[in-house]
Design a protein around this ligand. Sequence first.
Ligand code: TYD
Ligand code: MG
Length: 451
Amino acid sequence: MARSAPRYVCTACGATHPKWAGRCDACGAWNTLEEEGARAGPGKAPSAGRAIALSTLDAEEAPAPRAASGIAELDRVLGGGLVPASAVLLAGDPGIGKSTLLLQAAARFAAGGLSTVYISGEEAAAQVRMRAKRLGLADAPVRLGAETALSDILATLEAERPGLAIIDSIQTMWTDAADSAPGSVGQVRAVAHQLTAFAKRRGTAIILVGHVTKEGQIAGPRVVEHMVDTVLHFEGERGHQFRILRGVKNRFGATDEIGVFEMTGSGLAEIGNPSELFLSERGQPAPGSVVFAGIEGSRPLLVELQALVAPTPQAQPRRTVVGWDGGRLAMILAVLEARCGIPFAGLDVYLNVAGGLKISEPAADLAVAAALLSAREGTPLAPETVVFGEISLSGALRPVSQTENRLKEARKLGFTSAILSEGGKSAPTGGLTLTRMGQLADLADETFGAG
Ligand code: TYD
Ligand code: MG
């Protein structure tokens, strides 16, 4: 049945509700429901369709040539370059460096022969030019426009037919196809819809910038995620210069790749060897500090985990995590207590991934457990040791993927030994001393004499 009543859309998660409520049932956010215009009127007979030509799955088609920017950290996350006619969303906190990254990318794409248009709805053309000058990109053949009216932008793109159009940002654009205010869900959705349709129709690759706001006051780019081919998140911690570009959706490539950048006085610099960067602040071996040999996408990445365990008079001790999952920490504390007999009651626990990186691999479990035990016992781990392995609820250690790559990276950076789980494929040690363990209790007993 066609809908004529208004419906309400959550600006934080995009869920729709038939009735207004103070709180979104889907994501739990408060005051985020906004009315959206009624859908097509009732009672109209559907128009007669015409038969479309169907084809087989094995039709010969050359893969679309991708355009590479030459910024390796960006191209890898895109899956090997930008696909023509694709729509990409670059989402991130305000001020994280999205405009800087895209201006640098625009200059490189344009210099590589891809005709590139950059439309800024946030800054005046003079401001963008000033930034380009500061970045040393003033002579790049990027065509620049400052505009927020989508109809004018589409008319311009229709006339120019560029290979790439960058729209900075989606929240500043407005179209009369929706009657709500710029930045509202209805507008963001309508603008994204028209731009992605243009991309498919004309073969122009489109990159949309979207600000994420915690408050959900402005429509989050969540509603756009379903419409685009690729979603990239640009992340960083306040007080750190590192920026991580993370692929979270990609119709044309893997999604677990990351690109690492550093924000410098002259723009974003690529970090080709992130392990060196994330370990650069490591001092003398200290209790609670453990190096985890991780994998991000296709690349090994060594990071330092730091734990602090301190007695507390509070009945509810603190569990504070930065850069890792709090629920996973609770699980490991429970396994240490239940399977190894090492209680953390009456102890505050702090866990930090150094350098502002966020890790989500279960392979970090064993490294986290080692950091917690080392902090609790006040004993540093043997120097130049990396740790990795997954912990199951039974206290058994599970092997993880890409053992060889992890060990190789460790050796390359001067590590001499590794603690890992038993089983899995045997990998050449390359001179590293390997300690393979089957149970978490082995780590507690053998390495720290605890339990
Ligand atoms: P910007 O790209 O404007 O962020 P976004 O588009 O995501 O809102 O970057 C803003 C920050 O980056 C600003 O605080 C200044 C800093 N910055 C540098 O440190 N170096 C530079 O060369 C540039 C251009 C910006
Ligand atoms: Mg910006």
